[in-house]
Design a binder for this molecule. Sequence first.
Ligand SMILES: Cc1ncc(C[n+]2csc(CCOP(=O)(O)OP(=O)(O)O)c2C)c(N)n1
Ligand SMILES: [Mg+2]
Length: 307
Amino acid sequence: MFTLEELYEKAYHLRKDTLEMCIDAKTGHLTSSLSVVEILISLYYGGIMNHDPKDPKWKDRDRHIYSKGQGSPAIYNLLADCGYYDKSWTERFAQVDGPFGVHLQKTVPGVEISTGSLGHGIGVAAGLALAAKVNRELWLTFCTMGDGEMYEGSVWETAMFAAHHNLNNLVVIIDRNYLCTTDFTENLIKLEPLVDKWVSFGWAVRRIDGHNIEEIITACSDLRQRRQDRPMVIICDTIKGAGIPDISNKPIWHAAAPKSEADIAMCRKGLGLDPVPVAEPEGEPSGHPGKTQWTEEDGDKGILPNE
Ligand SMILES: Cc1ncc(C[n+]2csc(CCOP(=O)(O)OP(=O)(O)O)c2C)c(N)n1
Ligand SMILES: [Mg+2]
């Protein structure tokens, strides 16, 4: 078992590996990956899921359907860290015809199904949970999905299906980062009140801070002993881009990886990594004024040097 401190340490390293993967590949949904870090660390290292990296197809393993397939960098790196495969494999991320697709691919050990067509993971998870019940098997099925996935009707069809079949071996974890692609969910089509919605569909509901590992582990501590015959949804409030303030909560950073030297340095600095000096561009300035000096005319606007 890991201590809480060690789990946060792992979360930090997962963020770092995820950022570097997106920088190297010049692609990847970085912010979608960062919001789900503590959830993944808790599931795989916090004693919640039964799994065996040396035997990915172990028949009694808990199944984890990672429905937010665009957030693949986080889980690819996590599975490598767990020991499902060597870390060097992840260098193949986003290569044409490679096993590590930009959207999650089941060619990777530890990945149950390919995802990326949003709203489908929960249906597969419910089917697995029903199969386990019919076969009287004790493993649980987890499904991690994005909040924007709740715009898909298939999610609510499954919500009815799972409640109807009393799937108390199904646990859905929602990465509630409040953002879809272009805007905040409550500006697009509002999703709240989410707790009431899931309760009315017949689910047991918990709502927690999705960056607080202790809360996540506590919320999952009784999953195998529950007497209730309802499926469980755990709504985890998170921040899209968590860990890097300059790209957090910014729709423009959806589906984006830092590519310019300045953005790469900004992200590394945001994570608390040693600032990497930005090379002076050669020749004429490229047009971006950049602000490196505070001047009198800035007055008290709060603009700090190098901010
Ligand atoms: C069925 C479907 N519709 C649209 C898309 C395009 N798309 C990719 S990511 C995304 C936003 C997903 O938002 P959310 O589920 O909240 O995940 P987040 O990136 O915020 O973690 C969308 C709409 C898709 N992949 N699949
Ligand atoms: Mg979202």
